[in-house]
Design a protein around this ligand. Sequence first.
Ligand SMILES: CC(C)(COP(=O)(O)OP(=O)(O)OC[C@H]1O[C@@H](n2cnc3c(N)ncnc32)[C@H](O)[C@@H]1OP(=O)(O)O)[C@@H](O)C(=O)NCCC(=O)NCCS
Length: 225
Amino acid sequence: MLKKWIATDGERMIPAVIRNYTKRDFHGLIEVQAASFPPPFPPELWWNEEQLNEHVTRFPEGALCVEMDGRIVGSMTALRRTLRDDEPHDWATVTDEGYIRNHEPDGDTLYVVDICVTPEYRRFGLGKWLMQSMYETVVYLGCRRLLGGGRMPGYRNYADRWTPEEYVERVAKGEIKDPVLTFLLRCGRTPIGVARDYLEDEESCNNAALMEWRNPFWDDMRTKG
Ligand SMILES: CC(C)(COP(=O)(O)OP(=O)(O)OC[C@H]1O[C@@H](n2cnc3c(N)ncnc32)[C@H](O)[C@@H]1OP(=O)(O)O)[C@@H](O)C(=O)NCCC(=O)NCCS
């Protein structure tokens, strides 16, 4: 994948590139993780070189980064799995703790391991471009859907009032905004449930909203065999 365009936050216009990441990018990718997932997020969950090596070796199509101003400012990583629609799961089990050694080359679901954009480059549409590029990968590879557990960092402020399900419903209705869930909804992802104890994530009270995007060509692809 190689995409070049001019990204804007409404004030500045800056050339941007999306491409598959490689070994040369590991240092930059780890810096983006550190900037994107500050405390209370556990630093042990930032990428390490061994994980990144597995991504670029096992499933390079699922390893995307975005560059601006000559440096890496965001990334998105996925693996392929076959999961039942109602299969309960957590991040560590489904992604092999981010090492993706359980990647199934013919898995029907493109499962998102991680997406992040470094804070100074947010609201340029980069996250959405990364997501759109992963949707294209779903279609290109003939997968049924994209799925992932979305963080819900605003939930901590409402946990004494609402269940995680109620919180997701209110964000989905637009009553309140969440820094990650609102982003995922704006990218066209649909909530299909909540996974408890998904990941150590204090702000989300360890919950994640399972958010799906179905391949719109799927029925047509199946009919044509
Ligand atoms: C979530 C994240 C990737 C969004 O990246 P981004 O590049 O700033 O997002 P974009 O500029 O592409 O925004 C796309 C849409 O989401 C909306 N959005 C983005 N951040 C938002 C926020 N904090 N609150 C409300 N809406 C938001 C934008 O307004 C935009 O909507 P539009 O299409 O209607 O204009 C980024 O904030 C991030 O890295 N967060 C920390 C890491 C993280 O928690 N990742 C999620 C793991 S599940």
